[in-house]
Design a protein. Structure first.
Length: 333
């Protein structure tokens, strides 16, 4: 492979080069646009990374709906919002802005799982999804506060280069509660209502932010509904999203502390992931038994699920870790 081709390949396929993070790929990213123009019209690389990307822009909504409803437990509100958001974005030929969703809730409630379901169904099964899905871990990719200014520049270049190659790119930011203040605002220009920026159209891109911040507020509201003998499914979605927006804007541990993304209303949906109750945890344990090749022992399922219920201390209505420890508990049982 010639050097220009190799450069674009590593820029646009980050998961094939695990040793390279957004910071260490800065030299490659800077020349992405120029390198792309050097590729011949008959290049296999051009077909597989650009033309094929455009031709296979087929987010499988029925498959996503089926996966979310069958595999995600206790998150009817979150599933409802996500499906509506994806449907609106996909059925618009030229969306006015990228789809931006921020997932909030306790650990183990399904935020990462839902984002993985979206990623798995982003393109047709025979298209390697790793080319179009880009996952940023705050702890891994942005560990040094002293490098924030450099991270901002490289994050912009990373997004610009990948969207240039594939408009329907998916960017997932996990551990947002550990994101250095101000860093996420560096991508603000790409999330707004603009036709193009320097010739690049961002309207088909999808951005997902995964955040534990706001989980306490969500749990507080869910617990209040339970005490008033009301169904959790009846919690007003708009009210909950508004409260989440306010909560994380003023929360220093949210990654969105005083963020311009919130001030300018660039986050389309704040998606609440409710704390998991006993019936939901039972299903998680049942699924883990199946995945590990064990029979569905109802007594064992009940025993493990009950042991995971710990909040509040008296009622033990919720699992504070969600389904996070279900796999290890099944393994040790």
């Amino acid at each position: 492979m010639k050097l220009p081709n190799a450069a674009v390949f590593f820029i646009l396929v980050p998961t094939l080069t695990p040793a390279l993070d957004p910071l260490s790929t800065s030299i490659l990213i800077g020349g992405a646009a120029v390198t792309w123009e050097l590729l011949s019209a008959h290049s296999w690389l051009k077909c597989s990374l650009l033309e094929c990307c455009s031709m296979k822009d087929t987010l499988n909504l029925p498959a996503i709906k089926m996966d979310l409803e069958r595999k995600v437990f206790g998150q009817d509100l979150a599933v409802q919002i996500v499906l509506r958001a994806l449907s609106t974005s996909m059925y618009s030929k030229w969306p006015r802005k990228p789809l931006v969703m921020s997932f909030h809730g306790w650990t183990g409630t399904g935020k990462s799982f839902v984002s993985s379901i979206i990623a798995e169904n982003l393109y047709q099964p025979n298209i390697p999804r790793r080319r179009f899905v880009h996952h940023f871990s705050t702890v891994l990719h942005f560990p040094h506060l002293s490098h924030v200014h450099l991270y901002k520049e490289q994050l912009q270049n990373w997004i610009r280069g990948n969207v240039s190659a594939c408009p329907r790119s998916l960017f997932i930011f996990s551990e947002m509660d550990q994101m250095p203040h101000g860093l996420i605002d560096s991508i603000m220009p790409f999330l707004g209502y603009r036709a193009e920026i320097d010739g690049v159209y961002y309207g088909k891109a999808i951005f997902l932010f995964l955040n534990n911040a706001g989980g306490e507020k969500i749990t507080e509201i869910a617990l209040d509904y339970w005490k008033r003998l009301k169904r959790r499914e009846d919690i007003p979605v708009k009210k909950l999203q508004s409260l989440l927006s306010e909560e994380i804007f003023g929360n220093r541990n949210s990654g969105f502390f005083h963020s311009q993304l919130i001030q300018k209303n660039l986050i389309d949906y704040f998606v609440p992931f409710l704390p998991l109750e006993y019936t939901h945890v039972r299903e998680c344990v049942r699924e883990e038994l199946r995945l590990q090749g064990h029979p569905e022992d109802e007594d064992l399922i009940a025993e493990i699920a009950l042991a995971m219920m710990d909040y509040p201390s008296e009622e033990r209505l919720y699992s504070s870790k969600g389904c996070k420890t279900a796999a290890s508990r099944v393994t040790l049982s």
